[in-house]
Design a protein around this ligand. Structure first.
Ligand code: FB9
Length: 497
């Protein structure tokens, strides 16, 4: 029932009342829930002095869920009595009925039924009387009608002991006519319209009091995925360190830029289909800087620049194979090649944060793709010391202060280092990235001046994001099973704290 209708009924009931009306009693009288009456009281109070309502606490008898069920269906003992046919019923059969066990003992103590233990076919139950009065149901119905005062204390406590009735303390209202009492409630206007102003009709209207405490409607908006929030933080760190973002908007790459340009031999296991996603269409790339390609071919097959190379028959067909890039280092290679085409070399600091794809076995923390973060610094005389220094500065901005470096191997960097940080929570050293100095066999065929060295490092975006947002399974972070509410609820990301 609409609140405005409840308000009208309440006012009409109040009109014929001398003295106060108790909200609980009027709710029972009108067949309403007490909360409906309370809502109408509050609504009428907001309209001015129509009513006086004084709040009090009152003890109130309410039916438990089982009590409501019995008021509806009858007591267990009454249901057992109704289920016994004139010829009686085998005791075990009766006890299997839904109300059997509880109803049997009450019906016996009411002397409604008897048990014949010597009956043929086993103990049998018979009615003792023709009909019974279900007093439990009748008392519960009285309480439902707000007439609990018709029951004496003993009866109420009996029903309470059977957990059919409970005594609760609730806030009620004692309602009287107010100084501006009326039974006609003009629904207050909520909007002052241009018509009201021009016609002057606003003069005769009552306006709902303005609620300055009302909260505004939360505007619907988009929500950034945690990965993108963390990406923004990493981007900010690189930018404040003077790095420029590389254009990474090509997921498809040729094997040439993804592997050969990095001096990664064509028979390297990472170039196998088990580790890399190759494309069927377009299967091959056709445009390369051919003079550069020839230098790459030579350094792989014969060596050069002081290197003996890999001494194998390098194949352009292999280099033409298109693939989903396995690292953003392919983009770094393109950028460094472009840098080498300048007339005069200028030092650069580049970074990239984007998706890479690897045909690897999946587990709780690894999917076939992830976001790689990569930093590159090219200048004359870059050393491992510079690399350690830039890594300490970079990770310090992530809040990581204890770093350790472990010698490692990459096909395109020498020396290479795995980067470890001490995880206070796990109380152990965890790998936080990989790094190294790009090999001369990669840089010199590009045309970079001798003496220019390039240091670089990489890590994933997913690992720090999962740690930051306390996510253990990568499938809760990315993929079709992601709970979008997690995206809405994920807080702002501050990596340094
Ligand atoms: O991200 C990784 N770990 C990590 C990073 C940050 C972090 O943040 C903490 C909250 C502050 C926590 C952990 N790793 C690299 C290490 C491991 O997670 C590793 O198991 C997974 N690695 C990925 C590759 O796995 C197939 C992470 C990914 C990775 C590894 C190497 C590179 C990039 C990404 C690289 C490189 C590179 C090397 C030399 C020159 C240029 C690029």
């Amino acid at each position: 029932m609409a609140e405005s209708r409840v308000s009208e009924l309440l006012l009409q009931r109040l009109e014929s009342q001398d003295g106060a009306l108790e909200s609980l009693a009027v709710a029972a009288e009108l067949g309403l829930e007490h909360q409906q009456v309370v809502g109408a009281v509050k609504s009428l109070q907001s309209l001015g002095e129509l009513i006086d309502a004084e709040q009090r606490t009152a003890k109130h008898w309410e039916l438990t869920d089982e009590g409501k069920e019995i008021a509806r269906e009858g007591s267990h003992e009454a249901r057992v009595f109704q289920s016994i046919p004139a010829e009686g019923i085998v005791q075990s059969e009766l006890m299997n009925l839904p109300s059997g066990k509880v109803g049997f003992s009450k019906a016996m103590s009411n002397k409604w039924i008897r048990l014949d233990k010597n009956a043929s076919g086993g103990p049998r139950i018979f009615k003792v009387v023709e009909c019974v009065v279900d007093s439990v149901k009748e008392k519960l119905l009285l309480v439902l009608q707000g007439k609990a005062d018709h029951l004496d204390e003993k009866e109420k406590n009996e029903l309470k002991k059977r957990k059919l009735l409970s005594e609760v303390t609730i806030k009620t209202y004692w309602i009287r006519k107010g100084s501006a009492f009326t039974t006609t409630v003009a629904k207050p206007e909520t909007d002052l319209t241009p018509e009201m102003i021009s016609s002057g009709s606003w003069r005769g209207k009552k306006f709902k009091a303005y609620n300055f405490d009302a909260l505004g409607v939360m505007p619907d908006s988009g929500h950034l995925h945690p990965l993108l929030k963390v990406r923004t933080q990493f981007r900010q760190i690189f930018l404040e360190m003077g790095f420029t973002e590389m254009p990474t908007n090509n997921f498809i790459e040729s094997s040439f830029w993804n592997f050969d340009a990095l001096f990664q031999p064509q028979q390297h296991p990472a170039r196998d289909q088990h580790d890399t996603f190759f494309l069927l269409d377009p299967a091959e790339a056709t445009e390369f800087p051919m003079d550069y390609l020839e230098r790459v071919k030579k350094v792989h097959s014969e060596g050069g620049y002081g290197s003996q190379g890999y001494q194998y028959d390098w194949s352009i067909r292999e280099a033409q194979k298109n693939l989903l890039r396995t690292h953003t280092t392919a983009v770094s290679a393109r950028m460094l090649y472009q840098l080498a085409q300048q007339e005069h070399f200028t030092p650069v600091k580049y970074f990239s944060i984007d998706r890479v794809f690897r045909n690897e076995s999946l587990d709780a923390t690894h999917l076939a793709e992830f976001h790689q973060i990569e930093g590159v610094v090219a200048d004359y005389g870059m050393t491992l010391g510079n690399l350690m220094g830039v890594l300490k500065e970079f990770f310090h901005k992530l809040g990581i202060t204890r770093l350790r470096f472990k010698p490692a191997y990459n096909p395109y960097t020498e020396p290479s280092m795995e980067v470890f940080s001490y995880h206070e929570g796990l109380r152990k050293w965890v790998e936080v990235g990989n790094s190294g100095v790009f090999r001369p066999e990669m840089l010199l065929p590009m045309g970079l001046p001798p003496g220019v060295s390039v240091i670089a490092w990489g890590l994933s975006l997913e690992r720090p994001t999962m740690i930051k947002y306390g996510i253990n399974n990568i499938r809760e972070l990315v993929g079709h099973k992601v709970n979008l509410q997690m995206v809405y609820d994920s807080p702002i990301c501050r990596l340094d704290s």
